[in-house]
Design a binder for this molecule. Structure first.
Ligand code: ADP
Ligand code: MG
Length: 240
């Protein structure tokens, strides 16, 4: 579904992504972990072209990332992204947050978009809040709306960049539960997270990044019980 080949990215003199090769298969859940500054967010952002790359290729569902214009907009809607900050439209209701993209970008009929929004809000357990403004919801609820909004575009892959890092501890699980259900339903997902319980439970594969490189990748069981590299051993010793 997503293939990165020899991807390099610099910010000025800083080599942030160093020859990244990564293939994410349809239905696979890949959890990306690693120290702060290792390039995890940049990796996510290159996959939907929020960042350009200096060399290499990225394909999503067999199509190489277009430079700009309509083709890029279409590609972006194939790749859903959920960030640490929820980025909801503050002056729109929860329901309208979910219908807006499909109506404006996907040109979906209003009634159809509304029915689908109701279904998605039910799926993330928040249908009863549909008429509220985002500010009247808790952080965990807002993040679930952000997930529903992404899903409304029928993405082929969903990227999550530390989706629970801004949440109070008691709200983390309600968001992880929605993500776990999504994973079980077969969504192709790339998840940057420090939630190792989620990684163990939901990941097919853990990718460990450090200094702009993929240092190690393995099944969660193997990775957590038997990390191969000194960098991964050191990282795990600090967080577990
Ligand atoms: P992570 O998500 O793993 O913490 P990032 O991908 O955010 O890492 O950042 C990788 C490196 O690139 C860091 O050193 C960061 O400071 C730098 N960086 C990220 N975004 C930019 C930017 N827009 N301009 C300059 N440097 C950046
Ligand atoms: Mg980051």
């Amino acid at each position: 579904m997503v293939v990165l080949e020899n991807v390099n990215k610099h910010f000025g003199d800083l080599h942030v992504l160093k020859d990244i090769n990564l293939t994410i298969h349809t239905g696979e859940v890949v959890v990306v972990i690693g120290p702060s500054g290792s390039g995890k967010s940049t990796l996510c952002r290159t996959i939907n072209r929020l960042e350009t790359i200096d060399s290499g290729t990225i394909t999503v569902d067999g199509k190489q990332l277009p430079e700009e214009g309509k083709a890029l907009a279409a590609l972006r809607s194939d790749v859903g992204m959920v960030f640490q900050s929820f980025n909801l439209f503050a002056h729109k209701s929860v329901h309208d947050n979910v219908t807006l993209g499909p109506i404006k970008v996907r040109k979906i009929d209003k009634d159809k978009a509304a029915a689908r929004a109701t279904e998605l809000l039910e799926r993330v357990g928040i249908a009863s809040q549909a008429d509220k403004l985002p500010a009247h919801l808790s952080g965990g609820q807002q993040q679930r709306v952000a997930i529903a909004r992404s899903l409304a575009m029928d993405p082929k892959v969903m990227l999550f960049d530390e989706p629970t890092s801004a949440l109070d501890p008691e709200m983390i699980n309600e968001v992880l539960d929605v993500m776990t259900a999504l994973a079980k339903d077969g969504m192709t997902m790339v998840v940057v997270t420090h939630e190792m319980g989620f990684a163990r439970r939901a990941a097919d594969r853990v990718v460990f990044m450090a200094d702009g490189q993929i240092v190690e990748e393995n099944t969660p069981d193997e990775f957590f019980s038997n990390p191969q590299s000194a960098r991964a051993q050191d990282f795990l010793s600090k967080i577990l």
